[in-house]
Structures are given as structure tokens and as C-alpha cells.
Write a protein that binds this ligand. Structure first.
Ligand SMILES: *Cc1c(COP(=O)(O)O)cnc(C)c1O
Length: 395
């Protein structure tokens, strides 16, 4: 059996998204900046995609900028807000300790430029409260950036409340909504969001495509200089096929958001219930307030990487930490942020589902995973120490 359970890393494209892209590789190959009919048809396709994306987010098409992905949108949002703040002498930025590296590394760059970066601590269930944000805001705060939902442990932040606190204080609020878009309802006006990033390949759209929403009046700073595409805010000939694919995938995901969430969360809960039976394991993140498809556990006495290799031999694709940190030996900064000790954080497993997963696949994972955990524990010197009482169990 082959089971793809790593949808937080990337998703398989939907047929709708593929079909929306194909003409733009073929007969509709025009450049939207060209004045002849072929180019103008591409321009119409571009603006139609922008309108569709805007409708899904509850904003105006003028507030949408297409980017090369979630990472670029995050970079541009943060740098833009920093430049706006700098001009007013405000250089304090509030974020959280468990953001994606596209946020954390950009903040690190700004710190080196002299910005005061404050990373709020994350509670044990993986949430940041509006109260925490409110307390942290100072007269010189220029930006609050808090992710909508965490990519590793799936916890969902109170975005509307955080947005309200920022609005009241007159501070820009950005959210990295890459894990939320297409999976949770988003309405940027109702939720008091000034800037938002999303990525096509996390909701069955193409890789290398993303969107930055920025409320009208927020002056964006270019990350890529060149031509006057995207109102002069993002140079480079538009990725027409990618943009068409992203818009089609987002529209499709938003049209089925409730039925997909109901289906996927049922599979998720079945998987969580089954895995919880493995001794000395613990669910990471909030049991209720979590993304429909996210399952994340720590298992004491084993390494996440060896679990992934054995799961792969059984045809199961999963991840430990996130795709971006796999390959590095450091434990996940997200698990450390919610208070998991190093030795436990090393033994983590994330299974992320989508609406195409089936009950049979969940049964198959629940059949194979406990055997893999037991096999690895039997070979582990740490596990031997734990069962002989030479070392204390944490979980
Ligand atoms: C995947 C992801 C990103 C990066 O998006 P790309 O399109 O791959 O650049 C950023 N933030 C979060 C929370 C993500 O899950």
C-alpha cells in the first residue's frame, strides 16, 4: 500500500488545478505585458485569477500580489512593514518562537539591521493569545506577525482577536496563513488582518506559487526589482500557468472547505486515538483546536528519522519536524518552543492528511506504526535504560 500522509509538506495537485494550467503552457503562452490580443488574453487570465483569489480571502483584487511562494510572501510582508515602521522611528517587532523559518530567518536579518525582535513564548498546547500580544505592544511596535496555524503541530491561533488588539493599537498585523488557506475559513476584513501570506502547493495547487495580501494603503517594498509587473511591487514576467493553477486550486478548496474539514478531521481523530495507545507517546499541540489534517506525536526512546525510513519501507510518507528542517540534526524548534525536552523532541512524527486519504489507509498506518515503534525501541540503548530504571520516563 502507498499512503501519502505528508500534506503539510506539499500536496498532490488537483485535476482542476492541472487543467487550469495546461492552456498557459500551450496556446495561451502570451506575456500579459504585451499589447497584442494574445498578450491581452493572458492579462485577462491574470486579472481573473486575482479576482478569484481576492474573493476567497474577502478582499479587493488590488490588494493581491502574486509571488513565487509562501516564503517570498513572508519575506516581502515583513520587510515592507519594517520599512514603514523605520520611517516613523518604530523598530519593535512582535512574533512567536514557533513561526516558520521564512518568518524567523527574515526577522533575524532585520535584527541585524537594528530592529528589536520579540518572540513571544508559546504555551504547552501551541497557542499564542491575544492577551500576550496586547501586553507586548509598545509605542514603538511597527509589526505583529503571528502564524494562522502551525505547520508542525497544527495548532490554530485566535487570529481575529489578535488582529483586533493590533487594530486598536494601530500596529500592522501580518499572518503566515500558509497552513490555513484552503483548509480554514479566512476573511481578512472580518479578522482584522492587514497582511497575509499563502502558498499554492499546500492546497493542491502548484509549487512555486504564492500570494501576499496587503490591505490597501500599505506600501510594499520590493524584494525583486525589475519590470513594472504586479503594480511595480514584484518584478518578473508572471508565472501565468502557476497563477491560474493556484487560483483554481484555492477556489476549489474554499468551495469544499466544510465537507473536507469534516472528512479529514474524522480520519485525524481516528489516527490520534489509535496512536495514543502506544505506550510512552504523547500528542503534540491542542487536541481540539488543530488543523483538520494534522497529527503529531512524540515517542520516547526513539529517533524520528529511523521511524521515517521504516515507514517509507512500508510505503508510508510522513515527516519528523518539518520538511524544511529534515536533514538537520537539530530537534524541531516548534517542539522545543512548546516545552518538549530535546530527547523527546527527537522522537517526533508528523502525519498530515488530506481529503483524498481513506479509512483503509488510516487502518494500515495503525497496523504498521506500533510495530515500527516497538522494533526501534528494542534496538535502542536509551529505551533499555528507561525500562531498567536507569533513566526516568518523561512521557
Ligand atoms: C510551507 C510553508 C511556508 C513556505 O511556503 P513555500 O511556498 O514552500 O515557500 C511558509 N510558512 C508555512 C507555515 C508553511 O507551512
Amino acid at each position: 500500500m502507498f499512503v501519502y500522509a505528508d500534506n503539510a509538506a506539499t500536496t498532490k495537485m488537483s485535476k482542476t488545478a492541472i487543467n487550469a494550467m495546461l492552456p498557459y503552457f500551450d496556446e495561451e503562452f502570451g506575456n500579459p505585458s504585451s499589447l497584442y490580443t494574445l498578450g491581452q488574453r493572458a492579462k485577462e487570465g491574470l486579472e481573473d485569477a486575482r479576482e478569484r483569489v481576492a474573493k476567497c480571502l474577502g478582499c479587493s483584487p488590488k490588494e493581491i500580489t502574486f509571488t513565487s511562494g509562501g516564503s517570498e510572501a513572508d519575506n516581502q510582508a515583513l520587510v515592507s512593514a519594517a520599512r514603514i515602521g523605520e520611517r516613523k522611528g518604530k523598530k519593535h517587532i512582535i512574533s512567536s518562537a514557533f513561526e516558520h523559518h521564512a518568518i524567523l530567518h527574515t526577522l533575524e536579518k532585520l535584527r541585524k539591521e537594528g530592529f528589536d525582535i520579540e518572540l513571544l513564548p508559546v504555551g504547552p498546547t501551541g497557542t499564542i493569545t491575544a492577551e500576550q500580544v496586547k501586553k507586548a505592544i509598545r509605542p514603538d511596535t511597527c509589526l505583529v506577525t503571528i502564524m494562522y496555524a502551525n505547520n508542525e503541530i497544527g495548532s490554530i491561533m485566535p487570529i481575529k482577536e489578535i488582529g483586533a488588539v493590533c487594530k486598536e493599537a494601530g500596529v500592522l498585523f501580518h499572518t503566515d496563513a500558509v497552513q490555513a488557506a484552503g483548509h480554514l475559513h479566512i476573511d481578512v476584513k472580518d479578522q482584522n488582518i492587514d497582511m497575509l501570506s499563502l502558498s499554492g502547493h499546500k492546497f493542491h495547487g502548484p509549487k512555486g506559487t504564492g500570494v501576499l495580501y496587503a490591505r490597501q494603503g500599505i506600501m510594499l517594498t520590493n524584494i525583486i526589482e525589475g519590470g513594472a509587473q504586479e503594480r511595480g511591487k514584484r518584478a518578473g514576467t508572471e508565472n501565468m500557468a502557476g497563477i491560474r493553477g493556484l487560483a483554481a486550486a484555492l477556489e476549489e478548496a474554499c468551495a469544499h472547505i466544510d465537507e473536507n474539514a469534516a472528512k479529514v478531521s474524522k480520519l485525524r481523530d481516528k489516527l490520534i486515538e489509535g496512536i495514543s495507545k502506544i505506550p510512552h507517546s504523547a500528542l503534540n499541540g491542542d487536541p481540539v483546536n488543530r488543523l483538520p489534517g494534522n497529527v503529531n506525536f512524540c515517542f520516547e526512546g526513539i529517533e524520528g528519522e529511523s521511524m521515517l525510513l521504516l515507514l517509507d519501507l512500508k510505503g508510508i510518507c510522513a515527516s519528523s519536524g518539518s520538511a524544511c528542517t529534515s536533514g538537520s540534526l537539530d530537534p524541531s524548534h516548534v517542539l522545543l518552543a512548546i516545552g518538549r525536552p530535546h530527547e523527546v523532541a527527537h522522537g517526533s512524527l508528523r502525519l498530515s492528511l488530506c481529503e483524498w486519504n481513506t479509512e483503509e489507509e488510516i487502518d494500515y498506518i495503525l497496523q504498521e506504526l506500533p510495530q515500527i515503534v516497538e522494533y526501534l525501541r528494542n534496538m535502542s540503548p536509551v529505551w533499555k535504560d528507561l525500562i531498567r530504571g536507569k533513566r526516568q520516563f518523561i512521557l
